[in-house]
Each structure stands twice: as C-alpha cells, then as structure tokens.
Design a protein around this ligand. Structure first.
Ligand SMILES: O=C(O)CCC(=O)c1ccccc1C(=O)O
Ligand SMILES: [Mg+2]
Length: 354
C-alpha cells in the first residue's frame, strides 16, 4: 500500500495494489471519469535507453563525499533519479528506483501550495565558515546545522550552532544518530534551545528516552527512512517531528501516504539529490495538506555543478518546476557508469519480482 494515497490522481500506482486486483473490471463509460489508468512498469531497457550517470562535484564534503553520483533517466512524465548512497544494499536501494520511476512515468501528485519554505543546510564546518554558507540561501530564516561529526568535539558543535543563531531566527540540529542517550542529553543541554534535534541517537527506543529527558522537540529521520517500520516512532512516542525523504520512502505518493498516517508535523528533506530528485521533494512538499516548517530542500547549494540549474531560493522559498537536464553534464567514468547500470538492473529485478 505504500504506493497509494487517499484520493484522486495521488492514488495512482505503477506497481498495483492488492485492492486494485480485487476490484471488478470496470465497465466502459462514454464519459470517462476519474484518473487515467497508471502506465505500465518500465523495463530495464526502457530505463537504460535514456540513462545518464553523472558525478556532481560539491563545494564542501557532506556525509563523507565530495562527488555525488546519480543515474538519471527520462520517461513520459519527465525525468527521474536513481541515486541511493553507494554503501546501501539492493533491498534498500530499490525504493530509490521506485521513486525515480514514479517521477519519470507517473509525474507529480496534485499540489496544494505553490511554494515551499526551505532551510539552509550547514555541514560540520568550522564556526567561521557558517556565515558564508548561510549567505547562499537568500531570505531563509531556518538553518539546519550538522552536529556530532566523528572527530569533532561538543565545543565545535556549540560554536557552530551559536554562529548560526547569530544570523537567523530558527536553528535546528541533526546528529545523524551519533550520540548515546547520555551524550545526547549532555549535548542538547550544552547547545541550548533549538527548533528540534534530528535523530540524536540511532534507535527509536533511544529517541523516546531522550525525548522524555529534554524539553527540546525530537525529530526522526533514519528511524523512519531506514527502520523497515516507519510508524514505530509514533507507536513509541519517540518523536515530535517526522523528517521524510522521497527517494528512500519509494516516491512522492509513498511520502504523502506516510505523512497522512503519522500524527506529527512533517519536514520534507533531500537525500543530497540532484535537481531532478529535489524537484520530486518540492512536488511532494507542495502536495502535502499540512506543512508548517521549512523543508531541507536547499541542498542544491552544496553542489558546484548540478544536472540542471538548481532550485532558486528567493525570499526563503522554492517553487515547484519541471527539471530538464542540460546537454553538458558532468558524466561519470565508464567504470562507474557500468557499476550504476548493474545496480539499476538488480534493483529493477527486485521491484518487479515482489
Ligand atoms: O535536511 C537538510 O537540510 C538537508 C538534507 C540532509 O541533511 C541529508 C542529506 C543527505 C543524507 C542525509 C541527510 C540527513 O538529513 O541526515
Ligand atoms: Mg537527518
């Protein structure tokens, strides 16, 4: 059911559902009613026909990488992206392929708003570099600061967050699960008031413990996108906010469906996507019935080259748009291209088999 959404165009799926199979064969209507039938699942050859593997250079190291690789492809509805992080196994990576196929073959769900507020993303840089990074995000009033980077101290985090606080109204932090419960409580106390702390510890149980011990709101990211059971954080009362990403959840409609089920505020964030993946994130955020917080969709600013001009941030917002890659793309080596083609083949086989 992850590929469906309660109503209208947003309910379509490329993969079908048990419900669809139970429905009687529809009788012919003179005046067609409702959404068009979902297109057929593309074959591997369909995907590889238009596939390009890009290697995008970054201004700054993020998640340990300075070059972001992605495979992008074109379908009848536009472009899709397949860019699971290289260390992910096929079972996890196949969700990212489902998301890319949805974007290229089904297109965006119906929007409910025409712009989306974004946050600036500040990697674990020295405090004196924070102002220059935030300067790349015109009109943005919310900054997400990465903390708990391996090899750095709590003092580094306190200083980096303080530098961001001097410049904007709202600061949120992301520890990517690096702290123990005790370390999280110590760090959160030292850092002081923030909008929320994203994934302070690895497990949902630990998030629930930290949440009981501190007054700062807790957001869940990896506990949702990598847990196998995204609803568990809600069952455990482990988070105040859900950070949702299109690609790891298997698409825009999967994200909308999950947001519908979660009893908490949602933030849509990127997975360090190219402009094609960012477009899907913006389209998902623009289709949410409720959205109260800035989204992490400004990461195009971290690239020094992208597949298309990055989403222009103006007055702190981005607007949904169609993304068409340029002709002069920074292509990956032949060897890396083959690696991505092989990975796409394996993930496609897993998707059609299930
Ligand atoms: O949310 C943002 O501001 C940017 C996206 C981001 O931080 C991110 C990007 C790639 C992989 C993981 C993460 C993360 O939120 O942990
Ligand atoms: Mg995160």
């Amino acid at each position: 059911m992850v590929f469906s959404q309660p109503s209208g165009r947003n309910k379509q799926s490329l993969f079908g559902t048990t419900d669809d199979r139970k429905k009687p064969i529809p009788t012919f209507r003179l005046q067609p009613k409702g959404p068009p039938p979902p297109p057929k699942m593309p074959t591997v050859d369909d995907l590889l026909d238009t596939a390009k593997v890009v290697a995008l250079p970054m201004h700054i190291r993020f998640r340990g990488v300075k070059v972001r690789e992605a495979l992008v492809f074109q379908g009848p509805a536009g472009w899709g992206e397949f860019a699971p992080f290289v260390e992910y196994d096929d079972a996890e990576a196949k969700m990212w392929l489902a998301a890319g196929i949805e974007a290229a073959y089904l297109g965006a769900p119906d929007p409910t708003r025409d712009s989306v507020r974004v946050n600036a993303t500040v990697p674990a840089v020295p405090a004196d570099q924070v102002a220059a990074l935030i300067g790349r995000y015109p009109g943005v009033d919310t900054v997400k600061v990465k903390v708990a980077e391996p090899g750095q101290s709590l003092e580094d985090d306190v200083e980096r967050v303080a530098a961001a606080r001097d410049l904007v109204e709202t600061v949120r932090i992301d520890a990517n699960g690096a702290w123990s419960v005790a370390q999280a409580i110590e760090a959160i106390t030292a850092i002081g008031d923030v909008e929320y702390v994203e994934q302070p510890c690895r497990t949902a149980e630990e998030l629930a413990e930290v949440r009981k011990a501190v007054s700062v709101p807790i957001a869940a990211d990896e506990s949702i996108r990598r847990s196998g059971d995204p609803l568990r954080v809600a069952q455990l009362d482990a988070a105040d906010i859900a950070v949702l990403k299109v690609a790891p959840l298997g698409g825009m409609r999967a994200l909308l469906n999950l947001a519908h089920k979660l009893p908490m505020d949602v933030v849509v964030s990127s997975a360090l996507d190219t402009a094609i993946g960012i477009a899907a994130g913006v389209n998902a955020a623009a289709a949410l019935p409720n959205l109260h917080r800035a989204c992490g969709l400004g990461t195009g600013e971290l690239f020094s080259r992208d597949v298309a001009p990055s989403f222009r941030i103006e007055g702190g917002v981005v607007k949904p748009r169609r993304v068409e890659p340029g002709i002069d793309l920074p292509l990956a080596s032949a060897e890396r291209t083959q690696w991505w083609h092989d990975r796409l083949r394996r993930c496609h086989a897993q998707l059609v088999r299930r």
